[in-house]
Design a binder for this molecule. Sequence first.
Ligand code: ARG
Length: 467
Amino acid sequence: MAESKADTKSSNQMWGGRFASGPDAIMEEINASIGFDKKLFAQDIRGSIAHATMLAHQGIISAEDKDKIVHGLNTILSEIESGNFEFSRRLEDIHMNIEARLATLIGPAAGRLHTARSRNDQVALDFRLWVKEELEKTEKMLTGLIAAFLDRAEEHAESVMPGFTHLQTAQPVTFGHHCMAYVEMFGRDRSRVRHAIEHLDESPIGAAALAGTGYPIDRHMTAKALGFREPTRNSIDTVSDRDFAIEFLSIAAITGMHLSRLAEEIVIWSTPQFGFVRLSDAFSTGSSIMPQKKNPDAAELVRAKTGRINGSLVALLTIMKGLPLAYSKDMQEDKEQVFDAAESLELAIAAMTGMVRDMTVNTARMKAAAGSGFSTATDLADWLVREAGLPFRDAHHVTGRAVALAESKGCDLAELPLADLQAIHAAITDKVYDVLTVEASVASRKSFGGTAPSEVRRQIAFWRARN
Ligand code: ARG
């Protein structure tokens, strides 16, 4: 029955072809996270310095050992930053790689660093610090995107374009108003980011493996040193929780969805058929076969990155959903999802900010499109209610007949002769032509949050003060 040690180490004949050696190599490959968690080196070292400093302050380790540890950790930091650190897969993860190097550098004192902590609270700390920094970066980037939209909205507070529902011409709006719709979306995304920072602003270190520790540690001291508001309150939750990562991913998914809708609109607007915007050369590419083409590749890729971010969110939710408390190794799979989504999100925000700032808006094309498709039909109906006292339902019916007539004559509502309109309803006078232009239509919609240029300017002022 018992196989010799040498046998278990050699590659299995049935399924081991892919592996150079036996099960040990497979275990190493599935177990190691150093390939991706080396990204956490700076956070790991910061956390260890705070922990060692606290241990010495509490008399748990000596001041001399603490000094050696801190000095050694700073040496390792510069080694990694300058590319002079050899990561080893045999040492599994970033925590053990750094600790092993510390032992080589400073000897036995290195062994005292891991007093009163575990890799479980260590990884929870490192990852939280990383996600917190990423959220802070996201907040700044969203502020940049909002600023780009505010500038375009100001420039185009009066530029008329067709507003759509079902992607069918609905009513004229201003391009400034449309831009401000995105400001509202990205403004909500930014406030979600701010809330997420508040949620995760608690320090995990000191929860140890899961139960806390018998050493007289001071978790408030490490929390303060690491820039957290306070320590976490429950050690079991602390090492089990990955909500902060899932919250980041859900915010990334919602923001990505908004970016993707914007990307889709840019793809549509930049077609020769629409011609509402022209993308700068910087954000488009040519075709290798069709010389006339200018493709909105960056917008298309932003649209696609959203799929990837959604995938990461679903992956981590699924990884976590069946895990009993407290830590399980499954949780090691959290990092790649977050790192990948963060990279996609950063790129997507940067690309859309650039596109919004650089694109040329064709106001003449927009205005021409705004006037077609009987976009002022509602204005005619509203005029009949206001000036001729018709109930809205009747006004809607009368307007429908006017639209049908214009359609059969191949003209716009504003081009129908007064006699034709009066044949449909006797109360119509030549004053009606005042509301049938797109400018009049837009200017009349002064309700709070409406599309009138005066309202759009009010919205812009609100967001400028809020930034
Ligand atoms: N590399 C591990 C992770 O990322 C660190 C924690 C390991 N803890 C343990 N008990 N094996 O989750």
